[in-house]
Design a protein around this ligand. Structure first.
Ligand code: G1P
Length: 290
């Protein structure tokens, strides 16, 4: 029996250089997709997968994220008094049910994804946990993280969600090597962060959802800098793989990279078209532009 995955780490401290100037004063993961911030969808996905505690790794100037997940009595009071129940429900939908179900940790220096995850060690403690990269919005049923946790319950150990990289783009990501490929869940034999073009061990890239064992923290503590001079989570996982099993899950769904201008646009269009209340109007608006 594996222990239940109850906590998720969300590294949100990235500068958002690909979506500037929008991300200059608004943290990039608070940019909207249709009518709510990207983080609203990520937290919704986590909750649907059984996550009870979200651990945000934040940077300077990102206090708005904490405020977004706090109540706003003056606005909620006015909405209540005016009987605007739908808007009130929207304003409250992402709040933790009880105080203490969200933690915010300052990363203090942009040292890389591996360092960001390591910052969560005390809050996670000694249990398996999820990592969700909030740039990556995943439309899937069941939700991507739920697919990853189901895989973890089957295999134990560590799970990395992957998908085929677009032609010629594998070198931009973390890439996995597999011990043969049968179905969607396969044992991994290696992984490499941003391999030079032509050296990729496969075309499957690490797309932003992980289930990891707490032993990763010990490895990350002494992990040397890797690609881009950063402490890479991929390098830490590759080291942990010497003593623990890793499986790659090719999840079923569609990923939108919202850290990228066109990815964010695609997410807006796709999510509007998937919304029963907006689909018709969205289709007409898009068609009128073509
Ligand atoms: C990070 C990870 C990489 C992964 C990618 C997905 O890279 O290090 O393994 O493939 O996210 O978006 P970054 O986008 O921070 O360079």
């Amino acid at each position: 029996m594996t222990r239940r995955v109850r906590k998720a780490v969300l590294p949100v401290a990235g500068l958002g250089t690909r979506v500037l100037p929008g991300a200059k004063t608004v943290p990039k993961n608070l940019l909207n997709v249709v009518d709510r911030p990207i983080l609203s969808y990520i937290v919704e996905e986590g909750r649907a997968a059984g996550i009870e505690h979200f651990v945000f790794i934040v940077g300077r100037g990102q206090g708005a994220i904490e405020d977004y997940f706090d109540s706003m009595p003056e606005v909620e009071g006015i909405l209540e008094a005016k009987g605007k129940v739908d808007i009130l429900a929207d304003v409250r939908r992402d709040l933790p049910q009880h105080a203490g179900q969200m933690s915010f940790i300052r990363q203090m220096a942009p040292l890389g994804l591996g360092h960001a995850v390591w910052c969560a060690r005390d809050v996670i403690g000694d249990e398996p946990f999820a990592v969700m990269l909030p740039d990556m919005l995943m439309a899937a049923n069941p939700p991507a993280l739920a697919q990853a946790i189901a895989a973890h319950e089957k295999t134990g150990g560590n799970i990395v969600v992957v998908e085929p990289a677009p032609e010629g783009e594998a070198h931009k990501y973390g890439i996995v090597a597999l011990d043969g490929q049968q179905g969607r869940l396969n044992r991994m034999t290696g992984m490499v962060e941003k391999p030079p073009p032509g050296t990729e061990p496969s075309n499957l890239f690490i797309s932003g959802r992980y289930v990891l064992t707490p032993e990763i923290f010990k490895v990350l503590e002494t992990q040397a800098r890797g690609a881009g001079g950063e402490i890479q989570l991929t390098d830490g996982m590759a080291n942990l793989m010497k003593t623990q099993a890793f499986h790659a899950l090719e999840y079923e769904g569609t990923t939108y990279d919202c850290g990228d201008k066109i990815g964010l646009l695609r997410a807006n269009v796709a999510f509007a078209l998937a919304r029963p209340d907006l689909a018709q109007a969205a289709r007409e608006a898009i068609q009128a532009l073509l």
